[in-house]
Design a protein around this ligand. Sequence first.
Ligand SMILES: Nc1ncnc2c1ncn2[C@@H]1O[C@H](COP(=O)(O)OP(=O)(O)OP(=O)(O)O)[C@@H](O)[C@H]1O
Ligand SMILES: [Mg+2]
Length: 359
Amino acid sequence: MSGALALSGLVKRFGEEVAVDGLDLEIGEGEFFSLLGSSGCGKTTTLRMIAGFERPDEGRIQLDGADLAQVPPHKRPVNTVFQSYALFPFLDVHDNVAFGLRYQHTTKHEARRRVGAALDLVQMGSMAKRKPHQLSGGQQQRVALARALVLEPTVLLLDEPMGALDAKLRKQLQIELRSLQKTVGTTFVYVTHDQDEALTMSDRLAVLDKGRVKQVGTPSEVYSTPANIHVATFLGTTNLWDAHVIAADDAGMRCKVGSIELLVAGQDAESGDAVSVMVRPERVEVAASPNGVAGANVLQGRVDTLTFRGAHTNVVLECADLRIEAHVANVAGAPPPWLCEGAEVCVQVSPGALRVLTS
Ligand SMILES: Nc1ncnc2c1ncn2[C@@H]1O[C@H](COP(=O)(O)OP(=O)(O)OP(=O)(O)O)[C@@H](O)[C@H]1O
Ligand SMILES: [Mg+2]
């Protein structure tokens, strides 16, 4: 197997604008790797440099150890699936998929076998005779995928390929695409601004901002242990407070957050440092009464607002001068009776659920 990509010190400028600003990434063989970031952060530009449509101003792209700088786009073992599927309207599904094989020296028999296999892979074998206008958006998307996969690229680049699909279909295709990638073993570099998509599908992902990498990790690493404020706030929702460290030792960091003291696990900052403290809402525990609750960071709070969100209830709590958002799972289908607006409750956040961020 092959398909290991190394991007080092990549820079791309358009006039005054720096679209990609010193990007370093190592993407492993057969990995499903996502580039996640908001509009304009340089995702497409990065893919275009890997594909060879755009030349980097600085830096290097290596595939399996070989520098790609002198390799023209059509000679790179890389294919791209774009947001707009751009199927040929007058060709049927089979011929759309077969189109790219014209430039590879395959026999008719071999071409038919490969097109059939690619269509089966995306579950479109039964629609080979249809024209694109006779297909739904999701089906067209599958054909576009088959068209890229039939060429057996070492690396497949996907640029927001589900952007045009509705939420339900996206969810279904996310799961299909993920399992298809594991079947074929091709390295996928997947561009999206949708955090759910990146978390659902990726082996690892890079969070980009203004042409730079803010963090690389597995979905659970970047979600649960964000490296900085940008990543913490870009992915999911979070409580984030200005704080300063009163004391730091083996037991953790004692932080003053408003008028409250919280113990945070870890040793990321020193006594006196101005920091931010974060905790995800689902890691804030809310209980009816303090009876029997022991341990660090136990607070008295009052429920300010409750919002039913289906799987969980959004609870905004006032604990002295802190506003804390908690997500309470609706395990009984509805919030428990004691959890109502105005109720006095017990709030606990374990030191391991809190994080200190210094940048
Ligand atoms: N050909 C170009 N000429 C000038 N500026 C460009 C060109 N291509 C991209 N840019 C600029 O570079 C920056 C990065 O663009 P890019 O298309 O890589 O963003 P993106 O992360 O893919 O955004 P989106 O999520 O909106 O697709 C943007 O500010 C964009 O305006
Ligand atoms: Mg883009």
